[in-house]
Design a protein around this ligand. Structure first.
Ligand SMILES: Cc1cc2nc3c(=O)[nH]c(=O)nc-3n(C[C@H](O)[C@H](O)[C@H](O)COP(=O)(O)O)c2cc1C
Length: 186
């Protein structure tokens, strides 16, 4: 079977954001596994205005094209006022079919591991028919980032990161057979 394409989606677009450091860590560990095609997908590159505020057909088409190439996602989620960032919610709202029947894992961070944001994202994923997996590395702004700015994850997160990727690939492969029946192993 062909390797799955997994997008590691950076959920924040804030100047000075921490999400690229977290995304690069996920990418490095994922690539060492060699079991899928992993790539960073940076929402900031797509310059999506707030949905409905401006004619954004080109940006929306580019965003949907990228999502359509992917079989599963790892969301890098940061907690903003006990929820996900506005930029991630906006990017989620910009697509529908391109999200449907795919798997996703969450890597979150915040003062309590970004847990409240992660749970909000799970509710949104239900509406988008994204199958979110259970295992969830939750990083602390206090202990996994030196001075709140330099990412130095504790070793224990590796177990959850690999467990989460295992589940994203298992469900991602299964769901691909729904979208492309020819991909089913008969
Ligand atoms: C507007 C705003 C609201 C925030 N609210 C929370 C919060 O409710 N809980 C929390 O744990 N951290 C909160 N934070 C801290 C962020 O999680 C932290 O700054 C994180 O680094 C943001 O992710 P980013 O650097 O990738 O943008 C907030 C930060 C901002 C800017």
């Amino acid at each position: 079977m062909k390797k799955l394409n997994i997008g590691i989606i950076l959920g924040s677009t804030r100047e000075g954001r921490l999400s690229p450091q977290v995304g690069e860590w996920v990418l490095r560990i994922a690539e060492e596994r060699g079991d899928a095609n992993y790539e960073i997908v940076d929402i900031a590159d797509y310059k999506l205005p707030l949905l409905g505020e401006a004619d954004a057909s080109e940006q929306a088409a580019a965003w949907n094209t990228k999502l359509a190439e992917l079989d599963g996602f790892v969301f890098i989620v940061q907690e903003y006022n006990h929820s996900i960032s506005a930029s991630l919610k906006n990017a989620l709202d910009y697509a529908r079919e391109a999200w449907n029947n795919k798997s996703a894992g969450i890597v979150s961070y915040g003062s309590v591991g970004g847990a409240r944001a992660a749970e909000h994202l799970r509710g949104i994923m239900g509406e988008l028919s994204i199958a979110d997996v259970r295992v969830h590395p939750a990083l602390s702004l206090f202990t996994d980032f030196e001075n709140g700015s330099v990412f130095k994850p504790a070793d224990l997160h590796l177990v959850n990161l690999n467990g989460m990727l295992d589940q994203v690939l298992a469900w991602g492969g299964a769901l691909k057979t729904l979208r492309e029946p020819a991909a089913a192993v008969l």
